[in-house]
Design a protein around this ligand. Sequence first.
Ligand code: FAD
Length: 403
Amino acid sequence: METNFVIPIELSSTQQNLMKAVRDLARLNFAPRAHAYDHAAVFPAEDFTDLFRAGLLAPVVPSEYGGLGLGPYRGDVLTLWLMTKEIAKADLSLARCWEGHTNSLVLIDGMGTHEQKERWFSGVVRRGEIWVAWSGEPQARASSERLQFGTTTTKVEGGYIVDGSKAFATSAGGAHWAILLVSTAGPGGARHSTDAVASQLLLACDLSDPSLSIDLSWWDPIGMRATASHVVRFNRTFIPDANLIGRPGQYLLDGWQTCFIPHYAATFLGAAEAAYEFAIEYVTSQSKEADPYIQQHIAQSAINVEAGYLWLYHVARMWETGRHAEAQMAGSRVRHTMEHLAEEVVKRCIRACGARSLNRPSPLERIYRDLSFYVRHDNDDHLLATIGKSLLGQQNDPSFHKP
Ligand SMILES: Cc1cc2nc3c(=O)[nH]c(=O)nc-3n(C[C@H](O)[C@H](O)[C@H](O)COP(=O)(O)OP(=O)(O)OC[C@H]3O[C@@H](n4cnc5c(N)ncnc54)[C@H](O)[C@@H]3O)c2cc1C
């Protein structure tokens, strides 16, 4: 059945071909595997192999380094976000791992040296290497937790020693490289640190280093299970100076995280569209089209999905036309708005379909769990407060929406 969205977004034939390649992979390969990855809570390795074989693993690597040349500072970010949306429709966990990978490559493109780009981009383009970025060092312990997270980073001859642990290390066991967001002033990563900006470093860590270990005992969440966001321990891991990305503090000072905040919204949109298409299929197969309540749930869901597209398009145009300061603030708005649009779609689709749509295995059941967990990645209360602070002329942090 046609989805019949009223969305005035026109794509070039190159963009359309790219979208078709991702959509076909997502529909035929990723969606059928999603249940098993979720059930076992393991990294979706075969999906990444498929992306590599299809020439899709380096979307934001510049064309001179063998990639597709997309990205917020490369004149076409909408195509990237729509690719992410297609992947998220099949599997939100895969979309998180993919976001982590592409966001890391954007950071290398924006802050890395030519030598670093040649070294690391060739690994992605030729050998299918997977990247991720790890900040995750929440400092206040959860009531159920016995572990305490945090790293220390010390300058030594020729490099740095990183010691300690990080939680929420997405793609642990699947990725080859991680950009570690650490601080020479102490634990907290970038997200939870209160230390001086200049102490923040981005260090590229080779994850095959024997000083690293993955603690599989912590990660057992309600959703996003296949992101394999385990606790990773660094036992005095040495990282050479050649792996320092950018200047100390540059990541925060240049607001790089604001490039990635609307990317979450693209994933939420994928969740909403997948739930909507599931519901259409479900209720039409039961011949329930005449029910007035179902009609309303379907109508509101379609409108929410359309609103999500329009918001993403709006923010993408800001990036693509060089209105970067506006785009940085608008990213928080689309992230906030899309969270609520998507959650409403999923709830309405559940109401339209009924209890059996939540009986496993059901894509809608997985989307419900995944979305409810994933929207915690950035606290919406602080996000909204950040927007309010900017409107009221108060100091604010649009990167991490800190209190
Ligand atoms: C699926 C998923 C994947 C993730 N992947 C990654 C990843 O790849 N890399 C990465 O770096 N991180 C990742 N994260 C982690 C994420 O960035 C946060 O670090 C993590 O969600 C923080 O833990 P928490 O949700 O328990 O929130 P907390 O930070 O503990 O926040 C919980 C509550 O406390 C409030 N709060 C927080 N700090 C303070 C404070 N100082 N004072 C007062 N109130 C406070 C918050 O506003 C919120 O209401 C991921 C998270 C999820 C859910």
